[in-house]
Design a protein around this ligand. Structure first.
Ligand code: PBG
Length: 325
C-alpha cells in the first residue's frame, strides 16, 4: 500500500507539463520603456543597462519598429531634456521631448499603445519629482504642474497616462484635468505603490534624474511597509485610477499578490532598472543563464498576480517566447 502522492506523474514530459502550466508570459503582457533624448543622430547605450539606448527623435523609429514587430503590448516613453529648471517646465511644453516623441510614434505606428510617464524629476534642475520650496517637496503646487504635464501628453496623443511622481492626490488632479481638457477616455495607470528603492540606480543614470539634494523618502514608500501599500492603492482606486502599479517587482512579489487579491483593477509590475542590471552583469560574466533567469522572473511576476510587466527585457523575452512556440 502506497503512502505517498506521485506528483511527478504530471511532470513526466514537456507535453503534460505544458498542459498543466498555470501561468503564461506573453509579449502582449509587456510594456517596454524607451528613452528619448534631445539632439540628433543619437543612439547611445546606457552604461549600466546594456541593451538599453538613448535615442534622439530622428532615430527613435529604429527601436519602436522592432517593438511593434515583436508584438509587444505597449511602450512607455521617458524623456531626457536638454534644459532643466526649478519647476520642470520642459515637462509640459508642447514641443517637449516626450510630447514630440509621442506624436512621432503615434504617427508611424497608430496601433502601438503608447504610455507616458508623468513625473518631473527628469525635468527639474534639483532632480525631485515635484516642486521644491525651502528644501521641501511641496505636494499641491506640484500637482498643478504635473496635471498640466499629463494634459500636454494626452494632447500629443498618449493612449495612457502613467504618473510616477508619488504626490498625494495625483489621480484626482489628473482625472479632473484630463476630463476638463476633453480626455475622458484616457486612462490612468497609477504608480500607486512605488517604494523608495535602491533598485532605481541605473534608471537615474539613464534619465539623468538623481535628486541633487536629499532623497525621495518623503514621497516614495518605505520598503519595510506592506499595509501602507494597500492604503496607497485604496486611495488611488477611490480617486479613479484605471490600473495599479507595484514598483519595483522582484523584491515586492508579496505586495503584487496582496494588491491582486484586494483589488479588481488590472495590476502592472515594474521590473526596474536595477533588477535588469543585475541580470545583465551576472550573465555577462557567465554566472547565470540570462534567458532562463529572465523568463523565470517574468513568470514569477505573473504568478504573483501581475497582469502586465514593465520590463527592459521585453524585446529579448519576446524573441525567446517566439522561439519556444
Ligand atoms: C521617475 C521614475 C523612476 C523610475 C521610473 N520613473 C526613478 C525614480 O523614482 O527615481 C525608475 C524605473 C527604473 O528603475 O527602471 N520618478
Amino acid at each position: 500500500m502506497q503512502s505517498f502522492k506521485r506528483h511527478r506523474r504530471l511532470r513526466q514530459n514537456s507535453a503534460i507539463r505544458r498542459m498543466v502550466r498555470e501561468n503564461h508570459v506573453s509579449p502582449a503582457d509587456f510594456i517596454y520603456p524607451i528613452f528619448a533624448v534631445e539632439g540628433s543622430g543619437i543612439k547611445e547605450e546606457v552604461p549600466s543597462m546594456p541593451g538599453v539606448f538613448h535615442y534622439s527623435l530622428d532615430r527613435l523609429h529604429e527601436e519602436v519598429d522592432q517593438v511593434a514587430e515583436l508584438g509587444i503590448g505597449s511602450i512607455i516613453l521617458f524623456g531626457v531634456p536638454e534644459e532643466k529648471d526649478a519647476c520642470g517646465s520642459s515637462a509640459y511644453a508642447e514641443d517637449g521631448i516626450v510630447q514630440q516623441a509621442i506624436r512621432q510614434v503615434k504617427e508611424r505606428h497608430p496601433d502601438l499603445y503608447v504610455m507616458a510617464d508623468t513625473c518631473l524629476c527628469q525635468f527639474t534642475d534639483h532632480g525631485h519629482c515635484g516642486v521644491v520650496e525651502n528644501g521641501e517637496i511641496v505636494n499641491d503646487e506640484s500637482l498643478r504642474i504635473l496635471a498640466q504635464t499629463a494634459v500636454s501628453q494626452a494632447k500629443a496623443g498618449a493612449d495612457m497616462i502613467a504618473p510616477s511622481n508619488m504626490m498625494d492626490g495625483f489621480v484626482t488632479a489628473f482625472r479632473q484635468a484630463l476630463d476638463e481638457a476633453g480626455f475622458v477616455h484616457v486612462p490612468i495607470l497609477s504608480y500607486a505603490i512605488k517604494y523608495a528603492s535602491a533598485f532605481y540606480g541605473p534608471f537615474r543614470d539613464a534619465a539623468h534624474s538623481s535628486p541633487q539634494f536629499g532623497d525621495r523618502r518623503t514621497y516614495q514608500m518605505d520598503p519595510a511597509n506592506a499595509r501602507e501599500a494597500l492604503r496607497e492603492a485604496s486611495s488611488d482606486v477611490d480617486e479613479g485610477a484605471d490600473m495599479l502599479m507595484v514598483k519595483p517587482g522582484l523584491a515586492y512579489m508579496d505586495i503584487i499578490r496582496q494588491v491582486r487579491d484586494r483589488f479588481d483593477l488590472p495590476v502592472a509590475a515594474y521590473n526596474v532598472s536595477g533588477e535588469y542590471a543585475m541580470v545583465k552583469a551576472a550573465a555577462e560574466r557567465g554566472w547565470i543563464d540570462e534567458r532562463g533567469v529572465v523568463l523565470e522572473m517574468l513568470t514569477g511576476m505573473k504568478r504573483a498576480g501581475a497582469d502586465l510587466i514593465l520590463t527592459y527585457h521585453a524585446k529579448d523575452a519576446a524573441r525567446w517566447l517566439a522561439e519556444d512556440v
